[in-house]
Design a protein around this ligand. Structure first.
Ligand SMILES: [Ca+2]
Ligand SMILES: [Ca+2]
Length: 380
């Protein structure tokens, strides 16, 4: 079914359920609080659901990586919150540290938890202390910030009415402005958020294979997942320093062996089945991803070709219609990628990932997820 149709059906299905949930809260029973509500009502006991966003270490300081202890975490209503004013600082007493402390469980960041305790200041900041219950999960209200659907016109204003090469030039300017570049180390934690398995917040979903794997198994050994560069690093030799080598828009978690099998091959149809990655095919010079991510691959490659135009000492990445790019800054096969873009349009998960990268990490968007029709205008 079409995307708008799907949203309507979800809305029709969900509305009675939401109403039912509210109706079944007994009169007088304390409802679960949002973080904003907990911040504004700092007295008595309360139960709060929120996203784990980091480790508070001082009144106005919350670490989002490189955690130093297991004794405190910060909750927010948005997974991408950066203002400590909109965070609740939660004390983690000894019985909860092994499960919820961020030094021991960095993968909690970006997941929801529900905690009950005393609503009182902690680190001289709105807080919750002496918890009597802490559990993983819980639905925040509102559940998530939905990705904008047709809400990005302002972002793309400079591209309005353009096509072909002038559209490409305009988009390059838009998506290269105000960008935050990650370190290669920072990519690990970011992927644990952007590629979290929707069915299990302790896991990431591996890109080509579609398998679910523990966030903590990031590494280089057999059975680990690592950082796949969908635009292969060697095609332009950009390495892993900040820039194309750390750009989340084309970095995905993948099983070490599957990542190795893909290597630096171009993309095209055909080949024999890939062990450990159902639905993927490969031959001596190309890789065909499974149907569910064919369009995602195409849009990542198109993004890279527009984002990197030879400035800032980065190579000018471009698509071509070959599978023999070698170490040139080229990636093919564009005819297959255009077909995949059309056959596998962006779904809600792909749009949400784009929004998370924009809101939380890099502050730029993949235009081809917001406007898949621009691919044919520029590369067709
Ligand atoms: Ca897809
Ligand atoms: Ca380019």
């Amino acid at each position: 079914m079409s995307e708008p149709e799907r949203y309507r059906r979800i809305a029709l299905f969900a509305a009675p359920m939401i109403a039912a949930v509210f109706l079944t809260v007994p009169a007088g029973a304390a409802a679960t609080l949002t973080v904003a509500q907990a911040i504004s009502s700092q007295s008595g006991t309360g139960t709060v659901t929120g996203y784990v966003v980091g480790e508070p270490t001082a009144t106005n300081t919350v670490r989002t990586s490189g955690f130093t202890g297991d004794t405190a975490l910060a909750l927010a209503d948005s997974r991408s919150e950066t203002s400590t004013a909109r965070m609740l600082y939660v004390q983690i007493t000894s019985s909860y540290r092994s499960s919820f402390g961020l030094l021991s469980n960095p993968g909690r960041v970006g997941t929801t938890i529900t905690v009950t305790g005393s609503l009182t200041a902690y680190f001289s900041h709105p807080g919750l202390k002496s918890p009597t219950a802490m559990t993983a999960g819980g639905t925040t209200t509102p559940p998530t910030t939905p990705p904008p659907t047709g809400g990005t016109d302002a972002y793309y204003a400079a591209a309005a009415g353009k096509s072909g090469e002038s559209l490409k030039t305009a988009l390059h300017g838009i998506i290269s402005s105000g960008v935050t570049k990650l370190s290669y180390d920072g990519v690990w934690n970011a992927l644990k958020v952007t590629d979290q398995d929707p069915a299990n917040s302790a896991n990431v979903k591996l890109f080509y294979s579609g398998l679910s794997r523990s966030k903590s198994l990031n590494g280089g050994d057999q059975g680990d997942w690592n950082r796949e560069h969908v635009w292969a690093q060697s095609h332009g030799d950009f390495g892993t320093s900040a820039g194309p080598g750390t750009d989340l828009h084309h970095l995905r978690p993948e099983d070490v062996a599957v990542n190795g099998a893909r290597g630096n091959k171009d993309f095209d149809n055909g080949g024999s089945a890939v062990s450990g990655a159902p639905g993927n095919y490969t031959d001596s010079n190309s890789w065909e991803p499974r149907a569910a991510v064919k369009g995602d691959v195409a849009r990542m490659i198109f993004y890279m070709a527009v984002r990197y135009e030879g400035g800032d000492s980065y190579p000018d990445l471009e698509v071509d219609d070959a599978t023999s790019s070698g170490t040139a800054p080229r990636m093919g096969r564009v005819s297959a990628l255009l077909a995949w873009n059309a056959a596998d349009p962006p779904d809600a998960a792909e749009r949400a990932r784009n929004q998370t990268i924009y809101a939380t990490y890099q502050h730029n968007r993949n235009p081809f997820i917001d406007h898949p029709e621009w691919a044919a205008s520029i590369f067709g």
